[in-house]
Design a protein around this ligand. Structure first.
Ligand code: MTE
Length: 164
């Protein structure tokens, strides 16, 4: 299926232009391969308010994208607050995505348990947290991709306010 997506990269250095957004590029490529058009990219600092603002913006009624993926800020350092920002904006939880990513990634590296990523729904938009490295994004996206189309179909199903 075809759908729209926004990629939000969470990185202090990236937001100051001191680091290339390689993980954002990786996610955009993977989304394209999965049939998505990435209509927006944003790089924000590791600040709850900034992250939440971007997430609210891309899931605003009227101009919402179908899927927002974030990359970075899900670990254990004090600056890692992407999960808290995501939880502050979602209206319904969809924990299976984050659970599947952690479980699947544990087959690749025990460090997968360091990810505090969450997943949920705001309005008509599914929001998924991914880790910060391109390699981890690639591995994690491969885990959710088989269920993504059906998930977005259900979100937009049967004439509700999210019908596409
Ligand atoms: N998941 C996969 N699939 N592959 C990885 O290499 N790295 C882990 C984890 N999840 C990793 C992974 C590591 S080392 C960390 S610290 C956490 O993701 C959080 O990463 P982030 O703080 O960049 O979001």
């Amino acid at each position: 299926m075809s759908f729209t997506a926004a990629v939000v990269t969470v990185s202090d250095k990236g937001s100051r232009g001191e680091r290339e957004d390689n993980s954002g590029d990786t996610l955009e490529r993977l989304l394209k391969e999965a049939g998505a058009e990435t209509v927006a990219r944003e790089i924000v600092a590791d600040e709850i308010k900034e992250i939440a603002k971007a997430l609210r913006h891309f899931s605003e009624r009227g101009g919402a994208v179908d899927l927002i993926v974030t990359t970075g800020g899900t670990g254990l350092t004090p600056r890692d607050v992407t999960p808290e920002a995501t939880l502050s904006v979602i209206e319904r939880q969809a924990p299976g995505f984050a659970e599947a990513i952690r479980a699947g990634s544990m087959q690749i590296t025990p460090r997968a348990m360091l990810s505090r990523a969450v997943s949920g729904i705001r309005g008509c938009t599914l929001i998924l947290n991914f880790p910060g490295s391109p390699k981890a994004c690639e591995e994690s996206f491969a885990i959710v991709r088989p269920a993504l189309g059906h998930a977005l179909e259900m979100l937009g199903s049967t004439g509700g306010e999210c019908a596409r």
